[in-house]
Design a protein around this ligand. Structure first.
Ligand SMILES: [Zn+2]
Ligand SMILES: [Zn+2]
Length: 169
């Protein structure tokens, strides 16, 4: 969805949208929904609001695919691209992110894609307490145990077992 800059009035422009699209690196399992408010401040466009979608990601510990519900708050100032060339560029509002746009329109789909990519976790976890995979045999330790772990913690029990067996003799 493209918005003509001239359509953003002094009161601002509220945009509610729902779009289906794909990202190269992230697969989305639901449409992207956004509630955005666009405002003009001189040459700049401020976009604030919230973006929600569901990303299909892989747990970085157990490698299981899971769905990650994303709620992305957005608050970005977009400057006209030509401003980027001005060296003494002054950024307004210190807790705001900055972006650029060119021409007389702004492409909301590009902006949504950018925001989703920025907010995808580098090391997603299916659960904070995910136990991951056994580094030796690859068993998913959330689901079951493997003998690798038992062997490494059992030497003292082994001694005890031998003693008990000797007694029986
Ligand atoms: Zn996991
Ligand atoms: Zn193992």
């Amino acid at each position: 969805m493209k918005i003509l800059i001239e359509n953003i009035t002094d009161e601002g422009l509220i945009v509610d949208l729902e779009e289906n699209f794909n990202l190269e690196d992230v697969s989305l399992s639901s449409p992207v929904e956004a509630h955005l408010e666009l405002q003009r401040m001189g040459q700049e466009i401020i976009i604030s609001g919230i973006i929600t979608t569901v990303a299909e990601v892989q747990c970085s510990r157990c490698l299981k695919d899971f769905r990650n519900n994303m709620d992305i708050p957005m608050n970005v100032v977009y400057h006209p691209l030509k401003d980027m060339l001005v060296e003494s560029h002054e950024l307004k509002g210190d807790q705001m992110d900055t972006g650029f746009f060119s021409g007389n329109e702004i492409d909301l789909q590009d902006i949504l894609k950018e925001q989703i990519l920025l907010n995808v976790q580098m090391k997603p976890l299916c659960d904070e307490n995910c136990k991951g995979l056994c580094p030796v045999c690859g068993t998913d330790l959330n689901v079951g145990k493997c003998s690798c772990v038992q062997k490494s913690i059992d030497p003292r029990l082994e001694v005890l077992k031998n003693l008990l067996e000797k007694r029986k003799e």
